[in-house]
Design a protein around this ligand. Structure first.
Ligand SMILES: N[C@@H](CCC(=O)N[C@@H](CS)C(=O)NCC(=O)O)C(=O)O
Length: 197
């Protein structure tokens, strides 16, 4: 199994974290995003979207961090990570969607603007980021994990960009339930630390 990876990417970290949590070895292949390696023909042949992460397993390329979590959970992980129950699956899907839309366009985009110097509407991204921080903090006031009684891929998908939201200029101090959840995730066996600049 190989992961086409960029260390500072939260989406790549998400996959590295889950692989480590489930004890699945992987070969990391760095894609040099600052040099535009993700737009070269050989990479586009693997992922026409021109983005990392890409997981290659049994010769099959799989793109998009949420899709990769689904694949890894179904194929390799203990069922609690992605239970086979229609309501639970739908609830997990809703958090994966939140990650791909509201978190991507909020906390993640603000971080890309401040840390990678990309042109973004910082005020808009931070406002979206704060909305999600408030939403997830409120949800966690009476939930240990985002869905159900055990950690699932929803926690793995949502955690990275919220835990790194300060790198997008968002103040994390007003969200005690988020901090308690961060601590529960960091205590999981196999946890690996967030990427640092
Ligand atoms: N929905 C995708 C988003 C992937 C994504 O935005 N990847 C970024 C790194 S975090 C990337 O490759 N950016 C380079 C580019 O778009 O040129 C996922 O969750 O994997």
């Amino acid at each position: 199994m190989q992961l086409h990876d960029f260390y500072l990417s939260g989406n790549c970290y998400k996959v590295r974290l889950f692989l480590s949590l489930i004890g699945q070895p992987v070969e990391l292949l760095t894609v040099d995003l600052p040099k535009g390696a993700q737009k070269r023909p050989e990479f586009l042949a693997l992922n026409p979207r021109g983005q990392v992460p890409v997981l290659v397993d049994d010769g099959q390329p799989l793109v998009d961090s949420q899709a990769i979590l689904v694949y890894l959970a179904r194929r390799y992980a203990d069922p609690h990570w992605y239970p086979l129950d229609a309501v639970t699956e739908a609830r997990i899907a809703s958090w994966l969607s939140l990650t791909a839309n509201e978190i991507h366009n909020g906390a993640a985009r603000a971080r890309v603007g401040l840390k990678f110097g990309r042109p973004v509407d910082l005020d808009d991204a931070q406002a979206r980021g704060r909305q999600v921080l408030e939403l997830v903090n409120a949800h966690l006031a009476d939930h240990t994990w985002l869905v159900g009684e055990q950690p699932t891929i929803a926690d793995v998908a949502v955690y990275p960009y919220l835990a790194m939201a300060d790198e997008g200029g968002l103040d994390l101090t007003p969200y005690p339930h988020l901090h308690a959840w961060f601590a529960r995730i960091r205590a999981l066996p196999g946890y690996v630390d967030l990427p640092h600049f």
